[in-house]
Write a protein that binds this ligand. Structure first.
Ligand code: ATP
Ligand code: MG
Length: 428
């Protein structure tokens, strides 16, 4: 069986959603690739009692390892090291060598930035960061905060706790060292490899997939299958031990046979990656003219490094005048059929391609809401057109949700339409 771990993410800023958690998911994925199943991720504020009860909960649930993030700073609200030390029955004391080491780092940092700090306050902060529970292993700081590995005190049982700093750029480089520490290796001894594969479908309802899974329940023995509907895409993530690889191969073949038209990613690649790979492979360029998404598609296309090889640019054409002037949509057409129409979407796609000299043009025009809907053209109605390579793919979709949902979903629909054009799929 696989080892299990629990994660405690600390920080009032994460608990309240001011900062969204990047450490819990990152650690969970790192643990998974080493064969450790994450049982829980618990988020707590910067309150010692809450951290302590989270540790108690995870230890009580029988995990083999606990990892914490955050609360290692020099300020008074950063209390993780002391709380973990007390939890494991190991009182903390200043480690003089570590204190000198951190003093050196802080001196270099402040000199480099030209800061003048109160030496006494700095020394107190440094002393606090050099507090080490008796018998803990120290992980060298990446920033100023050292990490810790704190086993339970002699004669006590329970998992060791790996204590890591909150900033992801400090936590991530520290992880490999933590993982190879003998205390951690001993706790994770005997773990089995845990594999994970992803399939993505576009246009198959979750209920239909659920029925397929039920019909083949017996053949899926040994596979942990989770499905998730995300921005209209149906994502199937399967986790399994090495012995279940043949079962997974049969499952992947079953999905491919059952959903030949909607399985767009048999290898887990995202729609973004698929579109980028196809454009690169065909040495093709793309340009957009966006009304209701106002540049979100161009932004998403250029999220990927190297996108300058195929993205030429995007026109943000929110007003009718902008549609006419920037994308060359005839004002008479807009007046006749309305800005949200198949005709204008096509004119935007052609205009984007023509004005920017791209192989493929994308036009998007719709009603994001919450106001501005009519019985004819309700909120969520979006017209798309992708044109190029001698073809024109129009699409009319009514998207659910809030203004933000409609705009985000529209970008995904547009990406899938681009993929269809690139794949040479029939118009539809
Ligand atoms: P320091 O206070 O010295 O920066 P720390 O270990 O005490 O280090 P925190 O105070 O908890 O870390 O967090 C510092 C900053 O790191 C936060 O303001 C936040 O921007 C970022 N951070 C912390 N935890 C997370 C997290 N789970 N996900 C994303 N960012 C985080
Ligand atoms: Mg903090």
């Amino acid at each position: 069986v696989a080892s299990r771990a629990g994660i405690v993410v600390t920080g009032t800023e994460v608990l309240t959603g001011r900062v969204s958690d990047r450490n819990g998911p990152w650690l969970a994925e790192q643990l998974r690739v080493t064969g450790v199943d994450v049982a829980q991720v618990v988020v707590v504020g910067d309150r010692p009692a809450d951290l302590q009860s989270a540790l108690g909960f995870l230890a009580g649930s029988g995990v083999d390892l606990i990892v914490t993030s955050g609360g290692l700073g020099p300020t008074a609200d950063d209390l993780t090291a002391e709380v973990v030390g007390a939890f494991q029955g190991r009182p903390s004391a200043v480690d003089p060598e570590l204190e000198r080491h951190i003093t050196g780092i802080v001196d270099r940092l402040t000199a480099g930035r030209g800061w003048h700090l109160d030496p006494e306050a700095t020394a107190a902060g440094t002393r606090k960061q050099a507090l080490v529970p008796a018998g803990a292993h120290v992980l060298a700081p990446v920033g100023t905060a050292p990490g810790l590995i704190v086993p339970p005190a002699e004669g006590r049982s329970g998992p060791p706790v790996v204590v890591l700093p909150g900033p992801p750029r400090e936590l991530q480089p520290m992880w490999p060292t933590a993982l190879t520490d003998p205390l951690v290796q001993a706790a994770l001894d005997g773990r089995a490899e845990l594999r994970q594969e992803t399939l993505r479908l576009w246009g198959t309802p979750e209920s239909e997939l659920a029925a397929t899974l039920r019909r083949h329940e017996q053949a899926l023995e040994g596979l942990e299958i989770t499905t998730c509907l995300r921005d209209g895409e149906l994502e199937i993530v399967t986790r399994f031990g090495a012995a279940a690889q043949p079962a997974y191969d049969r499952f992947a073949a079953l999905i491919a046979a059952s959903y030949p038209d909607t399985l767009f990613s048999p290898d887990g690649r995202t729609i973004d990656a698929l579109v980028a790979d196809e454009l690169l492979a065909g040495k093709l360029t793309i340009a957009t003219a966006e009304s209701c998404t106002a540049g979100l598609l161009a932004g998403r296309l250029t999220d990927r490094p190297g996108s300058s090889a195929y993205v030429l640019g995007g026109l943000v054409v929110y007003s009718n005048e902008a549609k006419a002037e920037l994308a060359g949509v005839p004002m008479a057409l807009i007046e006749r059929v309305g800005a949200v129409s198949a005709e204008v979407a096509e004119a935007l796609a052609r205009g984007a391609a023509a004005r920017l000299g791209a192989d493929i043009g994308v036009g998007i025009t719709g009603i994001a809401g919450p106001d501005g809907g009519t019985p004819d053209k309700p909120v969520g109605l979006v017209h798309f057109c992708v044109s190029g390579l001698g073809r024109t793919l129009p699409r009319r979709v009514r998207l659910p949700g809030s203004r933000a949902d409609v705009r985000k979903r529209a970008v995904v629909v547009a990406l899938h339409l681009v993929r269809e054009l690139l794949a040479g799929a029939p118009e539809g």
